[in-house]
Write a protein that binds this ligand. Structure first.
Ligand code: FE
Length: 332
């Protein structure tokens, strides 16, 4: 590892004069322009380093990095969910990049144990409830939503979405497969209607009275609430007496054949610092992954909570198991 890194640095030094100066970094991003451009613009203004990026869905981006191989154009892969980042790591398209700066800025549960990627912003996948038909005192845990009292009252997003696969992976990590399958069957049994294709639709269904509770990512609530401040839906923080709320992330990894690895690493280090964290988390109403940075006022208004401390890479490690269990439980 040390030898490889030294060789890499040498190569970059030798190449710098003849091949290409590292005055640019190329990012493949599954996050849309408006969520990333403000951060990259701030970096360019500060350092003069250009950040080029292309945006697409994560699967084609990962395939493209794989296909480009050693002719790589991308330095960094920016995407959401530890399940996706783990997938990328597993495909062999990322490389470890050790950094004392990143280690100090981002808690280890939000980084890859091999240093192939780091979280940049956090989102809780939590319970949303109707303020008309549910009292917060009736809510307690994710698991309790499998109980009889919620029959015909639950809305869920499709099991195809990685967010739900990651939540299920953490249930398996906590309870084992058998109990998790029971919980999932309880949820499916309690559904008021077919699963939805996105979290916004789940929130709208609760607001419209189609169901009373659901499970969503916090920033979708923020987005909808901004559009409609009279939304009769609130967020609840489950499992506060035990393991805490499931938190996932958006994150970034260094590609296996990054053409500008040192410049890329410098950008990621900066992105984990206070200035970038505030912008990056702020534009999508997320929580900064750097705990020294405060969330926006709007996000802070949802209240504080205890987060699950399971390292989020479990989402990837148990993804296949999670998909199998969800299928067995009839969650499609
Ligand atoms: Fe999302």
């Amino acid at each position: 590892m040390q030898i490889r890194r030294t060789l890499l640095s040498l190569f970059v030094l030798m190449g710098a004069t003849t091949v290409q100066a590292a005055d640019e970094v190329v990012v493949y991003s599954s996050r849309i322009d408006e969520l990333i451009k403000p951060v990259f613009d701030a970096y360019t203004a500060k350092t003069g380093v250009k950040v080029k990026f292309i945006t697409d869905k994560e699967a084609p981006l990962m395939q493209r990095i794989k296909a480009e191989g050693s002719n790589a154009t991308a330095d960094l892969l920016l995407t959401v969910d530890a399940g996706n980042l783990w997938q990328a790591e597993n495909m062999g398209i990322l490389q470890p990049f050790d950094s004392a700066v990143i280690d100090a800025n981002i808690p280890s549960q939000y980084r890859s144990s091999t240093d192939s990627w780091t979280g940049l912003s956090l989102r809780a996948r939590t319970i949303a409830y109707s303020t008309d038909r549910v009292k917060p005192a009736e809510l307690s845990t994710y698991e309790a939503l499998a109980g009889k009292e919620w029959e015909g009252r639950l809305c869920l997003r499709t099991a195809k979405k990685v967010y739900n696969q990651s939540l299920t992976a953490t249930l398996i990590e906590t309870h084992g497969s058998e109990k998790t399958e029971e919980i999932l069957k309880g949820w499916v049994n309690n559904l008021s209607t077919d699963v939805f294709s996105d979290d916004i639709a789940v929130l709208q269904a609760i607001n419209a009275g189609q169901c009373d509770v659901g499970i969503v990512n916090t920033y979708y609530y923020g987005r909808l609430h901004k559009q409609d401040p009279s939304l009769a839906v609130k967020l609840f923080w489950p499992n506060q007496a035990d393991r805490g709320v499931h938190v996932n992330l958006s994150g970034i990894g260094l590609t296996q054949h990054a053409p500008h690895p040192e410049a890329a690493k410098a950008l990621v280090e900066w992105m984990t610092g206070p200035e970038a964290q505030a912008i990056f988390a702020g534009v999508n109403q997320e929580y900064p992954a750097n705990p020294s940075v405060k969330p926006s006022e709007e996000v802070a208004s949802w209240g504080t909570f205890k987060a699950d401390t399971i390292p989020v890479e479990i989402a990837g490690k148990r993804q296949a198991e999670a998909i199998k269990l969800m299928d067995r439980a009839g969650w499609y």
